[in-house]
Design a protein around this ligand. Sequence first.
Ligand SMILES: NC(=O)c1ccc[n+]([C@@H]2O[C@H](COP(=O)([O-])OP(=O)(O)OC[C@H]3O[C@@H](n4cnc5c(N)ncnc54)[C@H](OP(=O)(O)O)[C@@H]3O)[C@@H](O)[C@H]2O)c1
Length: 244
Amino acid sequence: MPEESILIIGANSAIAGSLIQNFLDRKTVAKIIAISRSLPKSQSFSNKDRIEWLLSDYTEASIEGIVTSLKIRELVIDKVIICNGALHSSFFSPEKRVDDIKLKNLEDIMKINAFIPMVWVKNLKPLLRKSSRCSITVFSARIGSIQDNGKGGWYAYRASKAALNMFMKTASIEFRREPAEISFLLFHPGTTDTYLSQPFHKMVASTAIFQPDFVAKQLIKILDNLAYDGEIKFADWKGEPIAW
Ligand SMILES: NC(=O)c1ccc[n+]([C@@H]2O[C@H](COP(=O)([O-])OP(=O)(O)OC[C@H]3O[C@@H](n4cnc5c(N)ncnc54)[C@H](OP(=O)(O)O)[C@@H]3O)[C@@H](O)[C@H]2O)c1
């Protein structure tokens, strides 16, 4: 296997932390650039000499600045993994009904879950390896499936992941016209034990809640077998397709 450079955005996500460690355990990974709003919280990575941690507040200026600095260094990226996503915060819980909708919350969740990943993809284009080895993975969620919406509720999160899916589908069509063969994957990790899912664990059987390390290993397995065919994939942790 040739050596590869991996860029992980939203690197302080629990699943991103496990991805970083699993990639560091592979000799074929030459470099990991991790980007987040703050330095790693609790993770103490082993073999950390191959990680470079960069800080971003995810404004356009910050994203452009980071990409420019990587371009100057002639860094070529083989895999991009964008993990950003929010479902709740100290001032916001997912809406149960239409009456709970607030414009500010819709704007905030849309920005984190859909707009920021899209701005990264826009800016990263020139850094991507122009070969079928290259892939862009963005963490989506089954709940962003319009066909699969049987329960309703969670307006902002559902709509933001559906918007994310449309952004990436559209980008994948545009990238198909380029000579580079870049695969796109919208990944649903399944319910995973992280800050994001914690308030909702009582809604799920404990045996159905994954640990981040398991999900990271599943994603890496899927990426190892991802073959470019020009079609974006929307798939779960088993690699099984999800209805759009
Ligand atoms: N956990 C689940 O059950 C589950 C299920 C389906 C889908 N997902 C998706 O999986 C992805 C990873 O989530 P996780 O479960 O690992 O959750 P997590 O540990 O809570 O990670 C949250 C992620 O969102 C980013 N983020 C949070 N607030 C942000 C803000 N205000 N602006 C920009 N970025 C912000 C963080 O970036 P920093 O690194 O900069 O802090 C981090 O990457 C998300 O896209 C989530 O929607 C998770």
